[in-house]
Design a protein around this ligand. Structure first.
Ligand SMILES: NC(=O)c1ccc[n+]([C@@H]2O[C@H](COP(=O)([O-])OP(=O)(O)OC[C@H]3O[C@@H](n4cnc5c(N)ncnc54)[C@H](O)[C@@H]3O)[C@@H](O)[C@H]2O)c1
Length: 343
């Protein structure tokens, strides 16, 4: 079964097909020249199923999500004589998506592009919402554009080859979506942890679909992150600081970050303690960590460098209950006193 969801951005609309197979990618292409951008893992596993096209393979990992890679892609575009009629498809995880979207959006002032999202994080998060870009001088996603892809295919079958730690990264975002927007979805995840552990295709389809609906609803209200879209940062403010200072995976950092944000929500008089415990239990059952040792001073310093900081304030996402988030301003000093009691 294929379900389609539309994201309406200022730059155009994007249609996301949950459950569409990579084998049907050709049906979504406009018919002219196509260039595929992918990474070596995805090419090794799935290259034989790509439709006829020139293929550009970028390096693996965040260290390749840079302007240098974009330049290499531009060089290849020139070599391949890409023009305004060329269609570009990124087949891979969030890194391939972010790089493809940025290269396609800027080359010759913009080529049409689409994605086949092959990681769980790309399916539920990275390819939904039109943010494309690269890291710059150690700052994540510092240079980029908002531009909606023409289509996104979320092929659930491709998740079978995804390493467990990459599944965990996607699950952390799925729990985040439930925490900020949908108590019924949270309950569904609680009821299906075992099936999720087995990557049951029907359950994974439902998770990808419901997460895409939540994220696209938020993006449709606030594409440029002036208000509602900020709620998607639940667990991410602390999470990014942990990721940066401890060098841990994004999924680990977001999982611990959500628990810390839930605890702060409780300390701020919002969510019940029993709900905080429910979140911790769910993450634990999904094999995500709920605590980690860290240097509070280093995390505090990293928070101070948060790119979303506005003056001495940070917009922090708190939970009123499971399924309901609110944005609250905290000064850096207030967060410092919370992280370092007695400061
Ligand atoms: N644009 C956005 O709105 C947005 C949102 C969230 C995250 N992101 C970005 O997404 C990136 C992370 O995405 P990611 O977690 O997908 O990382 P990734 O692209 O590095 O993919 C993770 C790993 O899984 C491999 N892989 C992908 N699909 C596979 C499959 N089907 N089978 C086997 N291996 C597979 C990749 O080769 C890679 O080694 C970050 O750079 C982050 O900043 C962007």
């Amino acid at each position: 079964m294929i379900q389609s969801i539309v994201v309406e951005g200022r730059t155009g609309s994007s249609r996301i097909f949950v459950g569409a197979s990579l084998d049907r990618l050709g049906d979504h292409l406009p018919g002219g020249r196509t260039i595929i951008i992918t990474d070596p893992n995805v090419e090794r596993l799935y290259g034989h199923r790509f439709p006829p096209a020139d293929v550009i393979t970028i390096g693996l990992g965040e260290k390749h999500k840079t302007l240098a890679t974009i330049q290499e892609i531009f060089d290849r575009f020139i070599e391949l004589e890409a023009d305004r009629t060329t269609f570009v498809v990124g087949i891979g995880g969030g890194i391939v998506g972010d790089v493809t979207g940025f290269a396609a959006s800027t080359y010759m002032r913009g080529l049409e592009f689409g994605f086949v999202a092959s990681s769980l994080l790309a399916q539920v998060d990275a390819t939904v919402g039109g943010k494309n870009g690269v890291n710059f001088k150690g700052y994540k996603n510092m240079v980029g554009v908002f531009n909606q892809p023409g289509f996104v295919l979320a092929d659930i079958e491709m998740l079978k080859t995804l390493p467990a730690e990459e599944i965990a990264c996607g699950l952390a975002e799925i729990v985040k979506h439930a925490c900020i927007k949908d108590a019924g979805y949270f309950q569904y995840i609680e009821d299906h942890c075992d099936a999720i552990g087995r990557l049951d295709p029907q359950v994974m389809h439902k998770l990808v679909h419901d997460s895409v609906v939540i994220k696209s609803d938020v993006v449709n209200q606030d594409e440029r992150e002036a208000g509602e879209r900020r709620k998607l940062n639940f667990g991410h403010t602390i999470g990014h600081a942990l990721e940066k200072t401890l060098g841990i995976s994004h999924g680990t950092a977001v999982s611990v970050g959500m628990v810390m944000a839930a605890r702060l929500s409780h300390q701020s008089g919002l969510i019940d303690l029993s709900a905080v415990q429910r979140i911790e239990n769910l993450l634990t059952r999904l094999h995500l960590p709920v605590q980690i040792g860290f240097d509070p001073l280093a995390v505090f310093e990293a928070l101070g460098k948060d790119k979303k900081r506005q003056g001495d304030k940070i917009k922090f996402v708190l939970l009123e209950s499971i399924g309901r988030a609110r944005i609250q301003d905290f000064t850096i000093e207030e967060l410092g006193r919370w992280l370092i009691p007695g400061k």
